[in-house]
Design a protein around this ligand. Structure first.
Ligand code: PDD
Length: 284
């Protein structure tokens, strides 16, 4: 079956889904995006993702050119047209098309929306493994709290990890504290079975999964501390895991050359993954 995407007002076959060479998203990364998981008609944290999309747009002074109701209709249409039951949807909004010029002052631009969807295998929900990660210096811009498509440091870091057969690259700030993963938030479990994840100090993305996992933990009387933690704390933690829309809760069992929890998936990481998926399956 041909893959159908939505590009600036049209539903197009994948091979025809093209944007203009003067799209500012293409020139400058002047665009924001979201990735949302859906399963059997249920979106995981849909409203939260849309709220963050609107926040990112506001931070970049871009206005969503359609209503959020229309956006939802289009997203559902793309999923239906591709007949996907379980997968992810990608939403990107760029500032628009204009002859290349850094400043956008005095430009009247129509933001360009693109929406595509990717099917995932159902096993992806149930089967999971402990993964390895590497640490790298955080060399991103000073506003990683905005979900922009400007992801060069992230993609370079992920590729370095990939070349070392690691699943994720964990960024470390100049003071030796963990910020986040190249496409995930990072958590540790201490020996009092408390969860620790960096506070929202502008140096990380406010992960939607991070927030849902936090809620699941608190509902189940698991203490969550939002504070900075050091590389030393990371490497000596009882358990480490990452969260993201596409990885849910994924245990990390090796970082650089150190084993975490003797290379085994931790109990708390495992039960948080279950609690999170259960909460998502019964949401909206
Ligand atoms: N990435 N931090 C970064 C830098 C991310 O890129 C992501 C998500 C997260 C986790 O956010 P959330 O829980 O809302 O997915 C944290 C997505 C999945 C991506 O770029 O594909």
């Amino acid at each position: 079956m041909a893959k159908i995407s939505y590009v600036d007002g049209f539903y197009l076959h994948h091979k025809d889904s093209k944007i203009h060479i003067d799209d500012r998203g293409y020139h400058f990364g002047d665009a924001v995006y979201e990735v949302i998981i859906f399963n059997e008609g249920i979106f995981f944290d849909y409203n939260e993702h849309i709220k963050r999309l609107l926040r990112s747009l506001k931070s970049l002074d871009i206005e969503l050119p359609i209503s959020t109701n229309s956006l939802k209709i289009i997203i559902n249409n793309v999923i239906k047209k591709n007949r996907i039951v379980f997968g992810s949807v990608y939403i990107q909004v760029s500032r628009g098309v204009a002859q290349r010029n850094h400043s956008y002052k005095n430009l009247t631009l129509k933001p360009i929306i693109i929406i595509s969807t990717t099917e995932k295998n159902k096993d992806y929900l149930n089967n999971f493994v402990g993964v390895s990660a590497i640490t790298l210096n955080d060399n991103r811009w000073a506003r990683p709290d905005i979900k922009t498509t400007q992801l060069l440091p992230n993609i370079l870091a992920k590729t370095i990890a990939d070349k070392k057969s690691a699943y994720e690259a964990i960024f470390i700030d100049q003071y030796d504290y963990i910020t986040e993963g190249s496409s995930s938030n990072i958590w540790i479990v201490n020996y009092d079975n408390q969860l620790i994840t960096r506070n929202l100090d502008g140096q990380i993305l406010s992960g939607i999964t991070r927030n849902s996992v936090k809620k699941c933990a608190m509902k189940n009387n698991i203490k969550v501390l939002e504070r900075k933690f050091s590389k030393h704390e990371l490497l000596t933690a009882k358990e480490v895991f990452l969260t993201s829309a596409t990885s849910f809760v994924t245990p990390i069992v090796k970082i650089d050359n150190s084993s975490i929890n003797n290379g085994l998936i931790g109990e708390l990481s495992c039960s948080l993954r279950e609690l999170y998926l259960k909460a998502m399956k019964s949401s909206n």
